[in-house]
Design a protein around this ligand. Structure first.
Ligand SMILES: [Zn+2]
Length: 117
């Protein structure tokens, strides 16, 4: 691998920080189904039973759902990247298997593909 240990450690710290932040944000709108896999379920908040309440609940839910889906995806990319670090396959493009340039990883440590892909 082209990345030295020190850089790898720095990237790992970035990933762990991002992971913590994402879990915090997810925790506000969803509950974990499987935390280790970054699997969350959007919470449905019961506000009341009249028509307006129900409409607000559905609005709120669909809004949370789209936020949750996007946060969950980011979290899963991070978990994937951490797993690859363990396996020693971190920094390779998932598509063409070339090394992802370090500058790209430093901006986005959970990048899965290189710029060309
Ligand atoms: Zn590629």
């Amino acid at each position: 691998m082209a990345i030295d240990q020190k850089t790898l450690d720095e990237l790992k710290v970035m990933l762990l920080r991002e992971k913590e932040e994402l879990e915090k944000n997810l925790g506000r709108i969803a509950k974990p189904v499987n935390k280790a896999e970054g699997d969350y379920e959007t919470s449905f908040e019961e506000l009341g039973n009249d028509k307006d309440d129900n409409a607000t609940e559905v609005d709120q839910y669909s809004q949370n759902l789209s936020v949750e889906t996007s946060l969950e995806k980011q979290l899963q990319d991070i978990l994937e990247a951490l797993e690859k670090m363990e396996k020693g396959t971190y920094g390779k493009c998932e598509n063409c298997n070339k090394d992802i340039p370090l500058e790209r990883l430093q901006v986005n440590p959970s990048a899965r593909v290189c710029l060309d892909c």
